[in-house]
Design a protein around this ligand. Sequence first.
Ligand SMILES: [Zn+2]
Length: 255
Amino acid sequence: MAKGLTWNENELVVAFYLYCVTPFGKIHHNNPRIMEVAKMLGRSPAALSMKMCNFASFDPVHKSRNVGGLKHAGRGDRETWDKYNDHWGQLIDEYQKQMAALHAPAEPADEEVEIVWNGKRTEALRTTKARLGQRFFRGTVLATYDYVCAMCGIGMPQLLNASHIIPWSVNEEKRVDPRNGLSLCGLHDRAFDKGLVTVDEGHRLVLSQEVKKRKKPEMHKAAFTDLEGTKLILPKRFAPDADALAYHRDKVFIR
Ligand SMILES: [Zn+2]
């Protein structure tokens, strides 16, 4: 553990990736994944979790909440944040490279990621690159929203999807951008994907006439009517991109 204080670029990539896919509540030195990766890096779990927390200080959402305790963030941390924030594909590639260099064992397959990509089987599943992208996107979006549906608050990971705001088929660049994602339960993911619900500029839920004109059994009422006008449960980092939400309102939503 006798490493210098300065983290090199390669170590920072690993720490940043891990920050993205780990919910805030799980960033601590007793998290088994953090302990495992820290060991590979030759750092202490405490040092790694502190490094991960540093990245939060650059996120505008976190800044606006005025959360302190992150005064230790240094220049390297800032450079890593700036370098990858709009280049998520590159982050995934670099992370894989570093993990291979550290001889990391293959990460356990997330069964759901292997099979489902926004509810659709895709050709893309055939390539490792796409699979790794899906794993990062799903991991980051769900962790970001603390494993709840941003619309109804249901908190069972088994029921959650990382939903694309701009559909993944429309914009390749945004496929793995966490700010183009919402954590949604199966029902709301489908409704959002089909343009039956959207959110306005104030992140309030808007229902399509298609939804409004239906007869309303209790479930319909609970899942849609009662939620109209309520605000999305917003994350503590990687806030949904305003332009992406505007795109969804214009191009996907059915009025
Ligand atoms: Zn939901």
